[in-house]
Design a protein around this ligand. Sequence first.
Ligand SMILES: O=C(CO)[C@@H](O)[C@H](O)COP(=O)(O)O
Length: 226
Amino acid sequence: MTDPRLAEFRAEIDRVKQVVTDLHAELPANDLVTWTAGNVSERVPGVDLFVIKASGARYHTLTSDDMVVCDLDGNRVEGERKPSSDTAAHAYVYRAMPQVQGVVHTHSTYATAWSARREPIPCVLTMMADEFGGDIPVGPFALIGDDSIGRGIVETLRDSRSRAVLMANHGPFTIGSSGLDAVKAAVMLEEVARTVHTARLLGEPQRIDQADIDRLWDRYQNVYGQ
Ligand SMILES: O=C(CO)[C@@H](O)[C@H](O)COP(=O)(O)O
């Protein structure tokens, strides 16, 4: 039986399908994924549905036909192919964090290397204070396929300013006020992961004082670009 929400929200669903298709192109374009690794999702406004890529979909041939519509329990509502193997994680985040409109997962090299070391990225750059409000936290090791990864993302980010979490031995997940905002967080995360790693090769970078982190965060969130 066809879900009635598909007809009622048809225009929005098709718009979000195209948005999420286009956002997936940003992952290889910013060198954040290899082959079919990673995935992007975004909520459909006004209804408890979200769009995510089909599992194993190749980035260079991706079209909106490769997008799958799911409910917030991660069940496929529309789509020929199975949804991403991380669908349960994305769905858990959407259920637990209503303010989150987009979720991204990548295997970007430097952020994933920090994940393998299970070490938070210290806030030693003003860009980190601006974008993430402090250190980039590490989430627990969790096997793929059930709520474990989603639960780890929420436990780690729920009370954090950061929109990025380094899931131990796996890789980064980011959240955002839109799919684009979550993709931006993934791009900026990889940039700071690489820069801090490079700084470490030359010596021990110094963490910014918390009061200055707070000032930088407040400016960037409330003044920059307004
Ligand atoms: O991290 C993993 C597997 O370890 C997955 O996220 C893959 O990187 C992408 O899976 P699909 O979205 O293609 O199912």
